[in-house]
Design a protein around this ligand. Structure first.
Ligand SMILES: NC(=O)C1=CN([C@@H]2O[C@H](COP(=O)(O)OP(=O)(O)OC[C@H]3O[C@@H](n4cnc5c(N)ncnc54)[C@H](OP(=O)(O)O)[C@@H]3O)[C@@H](O)[C@H]2O)C=CC1
Ligand SMILES: Nc1ccccc1C(=O)C[C@H](N)C(=O)O
Length: 468
């Protein structure tokens, strides 16, 4: 296990107490970061302790941990522990309507995104917070109101029905997409806020483990059934099963409203996902019983109030799940905040204002990237020309590693700010649009005319970067 980077710089005395709202993934990781700097941390969470309440496993989209998330976990020395329960997924496996498979690697050989269960990761983080004497966890505490002026929280205990008012000195809103902390900030003058829902919802389903707990599809992959306007995906679990998610329109001919009865569900899946159905014995029951989740994007500004309150994770930037970056971005918030604390010490005004200055454009870019990846996953990955373009891009990247890293790798396997990755990616896409009409097969990449075009494009990239 690595040494926590921030522990070395922690001052043991005179640190202001910190209050975190929300003990989800971001709130729990942030508690570890702040405690390891020497702060006393109180964490309030409206849910019961998931380790006691036996939260149902397999009822949430599996997370895909990638480099930004791993780096943040390393920052508090817990990445090895998480790695033990994470399954590497090296590539996308696409299933067409006849059950034929095509493949797309995520990055170079050995580069992978990692499937982890949200509940499992949350429990691991909570065990670690509990082991730290500086952290006090308060479950079943619902924040009903934040009084910004008096710096007080109105809390309601959902077990005892008791109300209490608590003062805070420094408040970190990690209370998710429907944040109560943000809710109070929204009432201040000139507060910018927007939320939008996709016209799609999601339904969680299960591909069962085989008779000997074996995986019935390729284990180390993320499976996609792209169907143009909708898709199903599956991520592996440690017990041999897969968590499947159907992303599906609310309305229309093929939509949730059109699938109401068990025979309708069976019929539809048999036609559209025939190779998955034999592994989904509880399909119709799950489809009818599991709730349909909605898909929200939240943007807001500012993220800070004076030097007293800051929003992190979904509270400031909830995004749709299609890039698998929501948790990674929220974890990166924690490591960025920690490095700003290293830089500015207890000058919270500087720390908070730098935090939102750096993070806001990146959060906005990630929100756009997430929507873009939905179109890629549900539609473009089914197109052989798209897969050829990705192969050509990886050849360019191998030949010109200093000039070209594919967009997916910049987002997933680097710490390039999301906004820069998105801008680079759009530039690269326009180059590919010029190049691809000259390429029909992978071998065409070596044609002298194509090589010359690529060389000229690289020269332009060099010229641009020397001007920057
Ligand atoms: N794979 C999945 O299904 C999901 C994944 N995620 C991932 O996790 C990432 C990080 O999420 P994070 O920012 O931690 O947000 P989360 O929503 O995971 O955590 C916020 C926590 O705060 C609690 N909370 C909300 N309102 C209050 C309140 N008024 N008082 C006290 N507690 C409150 C929430 O409870 P409650 O949940 O009851 O609102 C929740 O436990 C997301 O970007 C996403 O990628 C998040 C959700 C689902
Ligand atoms: N975790 C997810 C949850 C829902 C939808 C997608 C994901 C992904 O991780 C997608 C992956 N990054 C991909 O591009 O193939």
């Amino acid at each position: 296990m690595g040494t926590p980077s921030s522990a070395a710089t922690a001052a043991a005395t005179d640190l202001s107490p910190c209050t975190i709202m929300g003990a989800g993934l971001v709130g729990s990781l942030l508690a570890l970061y702040l405690a390891r700097r020497g702060h006393v941390v109180d964490v309030y969470e409206r849910r019961a302790d998931p380790r006691l309440s036996g939260a149902v496993e397999g009822r949430s989209i599996n997370l895909a941990l990638s480099d930004r998330g791993w780096r943040a976990l390393e920052g508090v020395g817990i990445s090895e522990q998480v790695r033990e329960v994470a399954i590497p997924m090296y590539r996308r496996v696409m299933h067409d309507q006849q059950g034929r498979l095509t493949y797309q690697p995520y990055g170079r050989e050995n580069q992978a995104i990692y499937s982890v269960s949200r509940g499992g990761l949350n429990r691991t983080l909570l065990n670690l917070t509990e082991a730290d004497p500086r952290i006090r966890m308060h479950f079943n505490e619902h924040c009903q109101h934040v009084d910004l002026r008096a710096r007080r929280l109105e809390m309601h205990n959902t077990l005892t029905d008791q109300e209490q008012t608590l003062p805070f000195r420094r408040l970190f809103g990690a209370d998710g997409a429907y944040s109560a902390v943000r809710g109070a900030m929204q009432k201040t003058d000139r507060y910018e806020f927007s939320q939008s829902y996709l016209e799609y919802g999601y339904k969680e389903l299960t591909i069962e483990a085989g008779p000997n707990s074996e995986w019935q599809l390729e284990k180390n992959a993320l499976h996609i059934w792209p169907r143009g306007q909708y898709m199903m995906i599956a991520l592996p679990n440690l017990d041999g099963s897969f968590n499947c998610t159907l992303f599906f329109p609310y309305e229309g001919q093929e939509s949730f409203t059109a699938l109401e009865t068990a025979p309708q569900v069976q019929e539809f899946f048999k036609e559209r996902f025939p190779d998955a159905v034999p592994f989904m014995p509880d399909l119709a029951e799950e489809f009818i019983q599991n709730p349909t989740g909605s898909l929200i994007t939240v943007k807001c500004f500012p993220w800070v109030h004076k030097d007293e309150i800051v929003l992190l994770g979904d509270a400031s930037h909830a995004i749709v799940p299609f890039y698998g970056q929501g948790m990674n971005a929220g974890f990166e918030d924690c490591s960025v905040l920690d490095s700003l604390l290293n830089q500015y010490g207890e000058d919270w005004h500087m720390v908070f204002s730098e935090f939102q200055r750096q993070r806001k454009p990146n959060a906005d870019a990630m929100a756009d990237l997430a929507i873009y990846n939905f179109e890629e996953m549900r539609d473009r990955v089914a197109n052989p020309r798209f897969l050829l373009q990705k192969k050509i891009e990886s050849k360019i990247s191998a030949q010109y590693p200093d000039q070209w890293l594919p967009l997916y790798s910049q987002v997933t396997f680097s710490d390039t700010p999301y906004a820069d990755a998105w801008a680079n990616g759009q530039r690269q896409e326009s180059i590919m649009q010029r190049l691809m009409p000259h390429i029909q097969t992978e071998a065409d990449y070596d044609l002298p005319a194509v090589q010359e075009m690529v060389r000229q494009e690289m020269e332009k990239i060099d010229a641009l970067s020397s001007m920057a």
